[in-house]
Write a protein that binds this ligand. Sequence first.
Ligand SMILES: [Zn+2]
Ligand SMILES: [Zn+2]
Length: 285
Amino acid sequence: MRIDLHTHSTASDGTDTPAGLVRKAAAAGLDVVALTDHDTTRGHAEALAVLPAGLTLVTGAELSCRLDGIGMHLLAYLFDPGDPALLAERELVRDDRVPRAKGMIAKLNALGVPVTWEQVARIAGDGSVGRPHVASALVELGVVPTVSDAFTQEWLADGGRAYMEKHETDPFEALRLVKDAGGVTVLAHPAASKRGRTVPESALAALAEAGLDGIEVDHMDHEPGTRARLRGLAKELGLLVTGSSDYHGSRKTCVLGEFTTDPEVYGEITRRATGAFPVPGAGGV
Ligand SMILES: [Zn+2]
Ligand SMILES: [Zn+2]
């Protein structure tokens, strides 16, 4: 059983539509895929409408959080999508995305890069605009060769020259909101240091104490040594261990199912969730 619990569609900064993504997931031989767009569940309806037979969809989102000035991403699975408190908080985060992108563009302009809001908005299409869209604009302009080269201190990494903060949820608050909405939480790529500073391991213990369910260990941004260390830490803290592709379509190099989650861990996630349930595909159009 092949399970990939972290993917993005055009509902945020992926390049495949939600429908295209689930078709590709089935073609890639996945049995379970989670759609986890940044701060939105907007893509779920489209994905569910065409879900191929043999593929199960886990509804989710990747929530932007910030702890002591350090950005972090919390994967939330199978929460009630209509939960008013969680919806209100996600809206706060989302509403801040446009002013934030414009702020980064202004900083880039000040650095002599002729990027415009029109260009970034065109790249984002109807997805919620984010840093990878600004990064793609830098690639278009020939400022950097690839999107990941834009995520450095020179450009858009946390604390970088053109970086701008946005409203992000306190992770302890996010844990509480997701739990109250019947969901399960997994800290995404906790040691992806290329993206900027990462949460100290002491904070992981506090998050585990506060109800975090698991950490994403097998991820393209983690070296094998990092994975081994995180696996040990997860065991110590009683956390589940997941693996996933963090697929963004052609925006990033990873492919669907590049890393996967153990079926037993997946089973435990579904047992803990009460807000929503995985949906098996009936074979869509
Ligand atoms: Zn992330
Ligand atoms: Zn992601």
